[in-house]
Design a protein around this ligand. Structure first.
Ligand code: PLP
Length: 405
């Protein structure tokens, strides 16, 4: 690398990253980050170096990623519109497909209006930044997704964290906060690393008592919880409502993009105030069409949601019975707790040897000594796949000393 003074000053940062990666991935077999898997289009399996492995860490909850109807919709959109939209939505970037998709998202979310961003990350940063600024206060759960945290930082609002899923702690924070300005409480409906669910009715009550708005990120809930996959409100039998509802189009919906839904006046405001929407190119035609078709399939085929719920409960039951911990998971996300970062890498590497891909999540993404494999059950997993995965996890945990041999 060029030895100029500018590069020398950067060097400690580059070296620290390299040291950290090498400490975990010191030989090719232990490589778990940025591995390119050739995923089979119509199954839960992936090819790695000529071996067929069961993918247990993918996000395509509804199993629609290779669905021929979704692929056909994307191809038709490319035929009609080409590969890009060549601009931001406010200027030349909008196509009728965006409006159709936004109407479908709003209908699905049971809201007056919605708008679609280029990613879920942009949806969170843009929405938070469009709602609050200096003089306002945001209250976030300690385990909220990084895109919410980054949105808060960029917004310039005062940011207060409360303990994970602890509504009493949130209430104390609300009491102690400035009485002025907008008060916005933000939670994930399903926590991406733990698979547990936010206590919506209690959160709603506390927000009402303290004049706060409630925003919920449904990234891991859409298509997964609630009888028809409509997320946290349906999960709690519609006993409580959310003020600002947000999600991605990159997980259960096998595309790219993010959305926010709410009252028409709110969306009308965000279309001009959310900077990642206003200053970043519009969602591509293929991605918009794939998302639209998938949302329609989800509504026609709710049995996919039931399958995910049933099979994730089965997997949890089998491995918990043998002593393998999954924290408070009650959804399709199951954290297999290994302990140290090193232990999580050992477990992932051993699982792969035993035929299953379970990818490690390490600090700082998760607390110290709670490094884990983040497992996700999808509608593509058959009952036999789940049984195979359960035995592979148990065997691997025994081989790694996480469970007694
Ligand atoms: C809870 C949550 N919100 C938002 C995002 C960002 O979504 P996207 O990947 O579509 O940018 C993620 C992605 O992992 C997530 O887990």
């Amino acid at each position: 690398m060029n030895a100029s003074g500018g590069w020398e000053r950067l060097e400690p940062k580059l070296a620290a990253t390299q040291r950290r990666v090498q400490a975990l991935e010191w030989e090719p077999d232990r490589r778990n980050s940025f591995v390119a898997y050739t995923v089979e289009r119509d199954s839960a399996y992936a090819d790695l170096d000529g071996r067929r492995l069961l993918m247990m860490s993918g996000y395509s909850y509804l199993g629609l990623a290779g669905d021929e109807r979704v692929v056909a919709a994307a191809k038709a959109a490319v035929d009609l519109y080409g590969t890009g939209n060549h601009g931001v939505r406010a200027l030349a970037g909008s196509i009728p497909l965006h409006e159709e998709l936004e109407a479908e998202v709003a209908r699905f979310a049971d809201r007056e209006a919605s708008m679609v961003f280029g990613s879920g990350y942009a949806a969170n940063t843009g929405t938070v930044g469009g709602l609050v600024g200096p003089g306002d206060t945001v209250f976030i759960d300690k385990y909220d997704h990084a895109s919410i945290v980054d949105g808060c930082r960029l917004s310039g609002a005062t940011v207060t964290r409360f303990r994970h899923n602890d509504v009493d702690h949130l209430e104390r924070r609300l009491r102690a906060a400035s009485p002025d300005g907008v008060r916005l409480v933000i939670v994930d409906s399903v926590y991406s690393m733990d698979g547990d669910i936010a206590p919506l009715p209690e959160l709603r009550k506390v927000c009402d008592e303290h004049n706060a708005l409630l925003m919920v990120d449904e990234a891991h809930a859409l298509g997964v919880i609630g009888a028809t996959g409509r997320g946290i409100e349906e999960h709690f039998d519609w006993q409580a409502r959310v003020d600002v509802k947000l999600g991605t189009l990159s997980k259960a919906i096998p595309s790219m993009g993010g959305w926010v839904a709410g009252p028409a006046e709110l969306i009308g405001h965000l279309r001009y105030a959310a900077r990642p929407f206003l200053f970043s190119a519009a969602l591509g035609p293929a991605q918009a069409a794939a998302a639209l078709e998938s949302l329609r399939i989800l509504q026609r085929e709710p049995e996919r949601v039931a399958h995910i719920q049933h099979q994730s409960a089965r997997l949890r039951k089998i491995i918990n019975a043998e002593g393998l911990r999954t924290q408070d998971s009650e959804t399709a996300v199951l954290p297999l707790i290994a302990g140290s970062d090193d232990a999580a890498y050992d477990l992932a590497t051993t699982c792969r040897k035993n035929g299953v891909i379970g990818l490690p999540v390490v600090t700082p993404a998760v607390p110290n000594d709670l490094a884990r494999l983040r497992i996700a059950v999808t509608a593509r997993h058959t009952e036999a796949d789940i049984d195979f995965a359960a035995q592979a996890f148990l065997t691997s945990a025994r081989e790694c000393g996480i469970l007694p041999a």
